[in-house]
Write a protein that binds this ligand. Structure first.
Ligand code: TSJ
Length: 638
């Protein structure tokens, strides 16, 4: 049976895989770095499922020298028997039939991958090459594929000790599909570490064998969520111990850890079935609401709040809190823009119930720590009231009026879905951009010099800053104040907010400041994918014969040089946007047909919570890291 015959059912399998190759974005989100990394998570999640089923203790992830990845586990091994319905091995079914992952017999678990669980067949379809080896019952089995198609049926390839079981998959992403086929280790490591925190009995070995990028790490976090909270709070002063509790109600498993630290913000991360719920959801609401109620009850009982006092707000009581709410739900539903908001109503009640018991249990036993947390809330409430005052003064004084600023060159269209706003560094580049743009849909907002560092400034300063006022006004959706939600993404007037700065250190710094401002005061702009960074070219080359060409980085210039050896050409280096005339600016940076935009994204909980800190660190290198690691979906949008 080495030769495969394709019957009617196999043709539909091939059509399925072809559909994946035609529209990869529908299955993995994008064909940029994020989509590429996603392939790894998709495979790893299968091994995590095997761990959750109780059969796998260790997972290996190796980035190989040739650009392929190997994922290995010591689970039971994918079943090798002929699948009754399909007439081929279960292994082949897993890799060729869409949405078949992990559903043999009547197993109902689908813990990880429930959200994006598009399955190993998608990874296979998008891989130039894939090889799977299964160790089971003292035998080794192998099958290989090219662009999703089996090269031969699963075959026995040797023996092994009976106790050695597991699955190994090696795949090479297809460069016909992906814009970039170089994996970003930082995101992968961060995600694997997160998986380790969420699965305390699981060991994950990571190795990068690629030249110049060599790295080896083991992620093993037996303290689970407590260790995660400790890591998130690293370097901050603790106000109380790490509190941790867990329980299972109606098949919904809930585990929570939190700690208060001496900072002025809350950082609450939610997970469902080990998936980071970036947009929150019912589990988070259940936790927050219950926690607020309990603290207010304590505050009244202890006389911290008097009868006449209003309750603490949720923001008051959670200021300084770092928390992780991780649940496992047998039937998770996700909604929201990025399908990362948990929607199951039962999760709210179950989490609230378990939070009630856990939090009360802890504070009843630790009255001193309760006192410290109540003091935090009191302090926050005081500051909130003071800032509310400042804010209303500010608003009435400055009026935030559009024309008083007068710098925004708005677009004619009022349809947000087709509108774009470019935030342009410098008046001269701003001037060129105003001339060059398509006024129907493109608005230009020049900003001067460095905007305020919002991490360091108080809210009154932030609101008083002219550039920031101009942005708040232009976007039209208000801003998060930290104490109340005044931000409304549905009022956003532009689908794309494009940051346009020079390709130098100052430009990178301004990018950082702007991203920090958005992340802190308008995070949904980023999580909903509205923020982009423009990529103006660094060079223009003009050959004696032939057409001039723009080059966007040094690597492109090297490539051009090597491809045009012996020919003579002129190289112009652009030092800044200001050096380009309007026509060039249009062609290179504004024209949707030819420009390159990088979409800013935040991938997971650890990254999300570290972003602000990392951005505002005093060293330049980590900042650039953020910008390139997470803003590098080079979307050449046609
Ligand atoms: F998805 C995949 F094929 F890409 C993949 C699956 C990749 C990797 C690296 C590992 C796995 C995988 C699958 N590891 N372990 C399993 N387990 C099963 O598929 C399995 C084994 C036994 C039984 C059983 O009922 O006996 C059921 C299942 C689902």
């Amino acid at each position: 049976m080495a030769e495969k015959k394709y019957g009617a059912e196999n043709i539909s399998i091939l059509e399925g895989l072809e559909a994946v190759r035609k529209r990869p974005g529908m299955y993995i989100g994008s064909v940029g770095t994020r989509g590429l990394n996603h392939l790894i998570y998709e495979i790893v999640d299968n091994s995590v499922d095997e761990h959750l089923a109780g059969f796998c203790k260790e997972i290996g992830v190796t980035l190989n020298k040739d650009g392929s990845v190997t994922v290995e586990d010591n689970g039971r091994g994918i079943p090798v028997n002929i699948h009754p319905g399909a007439g081929v091995s279960a292994v082949e079914v897993v890799f060729t039939i869409l949405h078949s992952g992990g559903k043999f017999g009547d197993e109902t678990y689908k813990i990880s991958g429930g959200l994006h669980g598009v399955g190993s067949a998608v990874v296979n379809a998008l891989s130039k090459y894939l090889k799977v080896t299964v160790k089971r019952d003292g035998k080794k089995y192998t099958q290989e594929f090219e662009r999703g198609k089996p090269l031969y049926a699963l075959k026995e390839t040797g023996t092994c000790p009976k106790k050695d079981t597991g699955t190994t998959v090696t795949f090479l992403p297809d460069d016909e599909i992906f814009e970039k086929t170089v994996f970003k280790a930082e995101s992968i490591r961060s995600r694997l570490h997160e998986t380790a925190y969420l699965n305390p009995d699981l060991k994950i070995d990571f190795e990068d064998k690629r030249e110049g990028l060599e790295c080896k790490e083991v992620y093993y976090e037996p303290d689970g969520l407590s260790a995660y909270v400790r890591e998130l709070n690293k370097g901050k002063e603790a106000v109380c111990d790490i509190v941790r509790f867990s329980d299972t109600v109606d098949n919904v498993e809930v585990e929570i850890a939190f700690q208060f630290v001496d900072v002025f913000e809350e950082n609450i991360l939610g997970f469902c079935n080990t998936i980071f719920t970036q947009e929150g959801g019912t589990h988070i609401t259940g936790f927050k609401t219950k926690f607020t109620t309990i603290i207010n009850q304590y505050a009244r009982e202890l006389g911290v709040l008097k009868d006449k006092d209003a309750n603490f707000t949720g923001y008051d009581v959670r200021n300084g809190m770092t928390a992780i709410v991780a649940i496992k739900h047998p039937d998770p539903r996700f909604e929201g823009q990025t399908k990362t908001k948990l929607d199951n109503p039962d999760a709210a009640n179950i989490v609230a119930g378990i939070t009630g018991t856990g939090v009360t249990h802890f504070f009843d036993k630790n009255p001193d720590q309760l006192k410290a947390v109540l003091e935090c809330a009191l302090k926050s409430a005081k500051i909130r009231k003071a800032e509310e005052k400042t804010r209303s003064n500010m608003l009435s004084k400055s009026k935030f009026s559009f024309d008083s600023n007068g710098k925004l060159a708005n677009c004619e269209s009022k349809k947000p879905e087709e509108c774009e706003i470019f935030i342009v560094e410098g008046d001269s580049a701003g001037g060129s951009a105003k001339t060059a743009r398509n006024r129907a849909t493109q608005a230009i907002l020049p900003i001067r010099g460095k905007i305020l560092n919002v991490e360091k400034a108080g809210i009154d300063k932030v609101l008083g800053n002219a550039e920031i006022q101009a942005m708040i006004l232009a976007f039209g959706c208000g801003f998060l104040e930290g104490y109340g939600n005044d931000f409304d993404i549905s009022k956003l007037r532009y689908d794309k907010i494009v940051i346009m700065t020079d390709a130098d250190v100052d430009g990178a710094h301004i990018d950082t400041l702007l991203l920090t401002f958005f992340y802190r005061f308008m995070p949904e702009l980023i999580t909903h994918g509205h923020v982009y960074i423009a990529t103006p070219p660094l060079y223009q080359v003009k050959p004696k014969k032939g057409e001039a060409q723009y080059l966007y980085d040094d690597r492109a210039l090297e490539k051009y040089r090597s491809e045009h050896e012996g020919e003579s050409f002129e190289i112009q280096r652009y030092k800044g946007l200001g050096e380009m005339d309007p026509e060039q600016l249009w062609e290179t940076t504004l024209n949707p047909e030819t420009r390159i935009l990088k979409q800013v994204e935040i991938e997971d909980g650890i990254l999300a919570s570290q972003v602000t800190e990392m951005l505002m660190g005093s060293e330049v290198p980590p900042r650039r890291e953020f910008i390139y690691e997470h803003a590098d979906e080079a979307v050449i949008d046609a």
